[in-house]
Write a protein that binds this ligand. Structure first.
Ligand code: SF4
Ligand code: SF4
Length: 288
């Protein structure tokens, strides 16, 4: 089973939830953590894995042989991402904007475009106290997160319960990360900002046809509007984590919640059981 842990905005406690879930399940399951928050992977700070393998990730970007180019402009017209332009008998390529789709080289009438691999990040693998660990790291200055995320996802294995940490927001990297999950846990805080971003995240997950449930972090800090929204939309509110200086202090020192406060283990084990029930009910009745 693949459980994605996402949030409509940053700083809601996604890493806290993903790592606590993984550490709580590891004694009864084969657990893999996939950190797909490739612009700012944080799970390693809590899990402290021993990294044993690094694999570079490449994007294919165009290189033009201008001696043979006729400056017809086809490449610029077919590029949906404005990553190539033809100006005053010059072809300009903007590698950071290139999605590596290959359309320009495929459609160039003179066949003068070659695709060159450009390193944009790395996937690191290792182990953290019995947990199989995979994280993607996008090179600073690079913008193309999806190829790195796809490479992390290639390590998915049905033998494992996979906890996938997703970047915050609702953009392309989030969709790429969540795609293929069995369930998406949305972590939020009970504030107007939290609710606003949660609604966007719920819409994205629903669009992908993936069942979701909510974890409220820092419960008690705001109002009841997030809980009311869950009731109104029929979205299960699966766990409340209270606003607590003890929890914040553990997190700031890189100590896993379920190690510093082992009483939380049962809550996360119960959380996984609830997710399993929702997924199995959904699979037996896909119309819901
Ligand atoms: S499509 Fe090919 S020939 Fe036309 S401008 Fe682009 S690189 Fe040059
Ligand atoms: S490979 Fe695709 S995204 Fe990149 S420049 Fe060519 S058409 Fe644009």
């Amino acid at each position: 089973m693949i459980i994605s842990v996402a949030s409509g905005k940053g700083g809601t406690g996604k890493t806290l939830v993903a790592t606590s879930l993984a550490l709580s399940l590891k004694d009864g399951h084969k657990v893999m953590v996939q950190d797909c928050d490739v612009e700012e992977p944080n799970d390693h700070i809590i899990l402290k894995p021993v990294i044993t393998d690094r694999e570079p990730v490449f994007n294919l970007v165009p290189r033009v042989d201008e001696e043979k180019c006729t400056y017809c402009g086809t490449c610029a017209r077919v590029c949906a991402f404005n990553a190539i332009a033809v100006i005053n008998e010059h072809v300009l390529v903007f590698p950071q904007m290139c999605h590596g789709c290959g359309a320009c080289s495929y459609l160039c009438p003179e066949k003068v475009i070659t695709e060159i691999p450009k390193e944009i990040g790395v996937v690191e693998r290792g182990e953290a106290d019995g947990i199989s660990f995979v994280q993607g790291v996008l090179t600073i200055g690079e913008a193309m997160a999806p190829p790195v995320i796809r490479k992390v996802k290639e390590y998915s294995n049905n033998d494992y319960t996979i906890i996938r940490d997703v970047s915050p927001g609702t953009s392309c990297p989030v969709v790429e990360s969540i795609k293929g999950s069995d369930f998406c846990l949305l972590v939020t805080e009970p504030t107007p900002f939290g609710l606003n971003d949660l609604i966007l995240a719920v819409e994205t997950v629903k669009e992908l046809g993936i069942p979701c449930g909510i974890v409220i972090n820092r419960a008690g800090v705001g109002d009841s509007k997030v809980a009311d929204y869950c009731v109104k939309e029929g979205i299960p509110l699966l766990l409340n984590i209270p606003l607590s200086t003890d929890i914040a202090s553990l997190y700031s020192r890189g100590i896993p919640l379920v190690e510093g406060m082992p009483q939380w283990r049962d809550s996360f084990i119960k959380l996984e059981k609830q997710i399993k029930e929702i997924v199995s009910e959904r699979n037996s009745n896909p119309q819901r």
